[in-house]
Each structure stands twice: as C-alpha cells, then as structure tokens.
Write a new protein. Structure first.
Length: 162
C-alpha cells in the first residue's frame, strides 16, 4: 500500500473529507488529492504533519523514511486490530522477544548460540512494532493527538515519574 493509499484509508476511516483533512494539516483540498493519488511528493514537513495527525500515518511515514527498518505491520499483515487483539499480539510478541533475548549470549567465548541472533533481532523488532501499534490504539481511545501524547511522554521521561 502506498503512502497515498494509507492517507485515503485513514481519512475515510475517520469519515473526513479531503477538504477537512486539508484544513487539519494546513493544506488546500487539492494538495490532499495529489498526496492521495501520488502526483505530489510528500515533503518532510507534510510527513511530520501527517504523523502528528494520526499514529497509523506515523507508522507508514516511518517505514518510508527508514527504508523499512520500521515496518507498517498493519499493511504487511493486512489487519486492523482492535485494542483487545493488539494487546494479545503485543503480549505474545514481548514474551517471544524476552525468551529469545534471554537465550542470546553476547560473550565471544560462546562458540554456539542457543538461539539464532537473527531470530533475536526479528523478535525484538516484532515486539517493538506491535508495542507501537498498541500505543497508537490507546492514543486513539483517549482521543488525543500524537503531539499531546509525546509532550506528556517527554515530561514524564525527563521527570522520571514512570
């Protein structure tokens, strides 16, 4: 799925028009149309605005910007999870990542690994990606913007009040 397709999908799921999305992002309706059909390239500023607007867009933009180091797991797996499903998947992925990581040996004296290092990397990526999905669904449920959530997160991180 292209980034334009994702914009259209998210916009429609939120039941807003191209004009309304343009107002939210500070663009004309025609710009949103061009983003959706791929005839206008996204600038870094427009990607930041989209990412701040919706966590699903942030996931897609991250995939584009990181050459797929961050993967839009919703697109790859063709799922649109509810919060219960996302919680179950996240817990399973965290458990698998913990298990793989606890078996991984970092010392060079270990000639044979108990677990394939690539498997460890995959499990950690899975856990991180699904944790991002879970955080996005919680954000949606709270009906707050990414920037509000990030501001609160940074404040708590700095104050050590987690």
């Amino acid at each position: 799925m292209s980034i334009g397709d994702r914009i259209r999908q998210v916009r429609r799921s939120k039941k807003i028009s191209q004009h309304e999305l343009g107002q939210i992002l500070g663009y004309e309706r025609s710009a949103v149309t061009k983003f959706e059909n791929g005839s206008r390239q996204m600038t870094e500023e427009s990607e930041q605005k989209l990412s701040s607007w919706n966590w699903r867009m942030a996931l897609r933009v991250a995939q584009e910007r990181t050459n797929a180091f961050v993967v839009d797991v919703l697109d790859v797996l063709n799922i649109d999870p509810d919060i219960g499903m996302a919680k179950d998947i996240t817990l399973k992925e965290l458990e698998e990542a913990f298990k793989a990581l606890s078996q991984y040996r970092t010392s060079p004296i270990y000639k044979q690994q108990e677990v394939d290092p690539i498997k460890v990397a995959f499990e950690l990526r899975d856990a991180g990606l699904f944790a991002m999905v879970m955080a996005g669904l919680i954000q949606e449920g709270l009906n707050i913007s990414a920037s509000e959530l990030n501001t609160a997160y940074i404040e708590r991180l700095k104050s050590g009040t987690f």
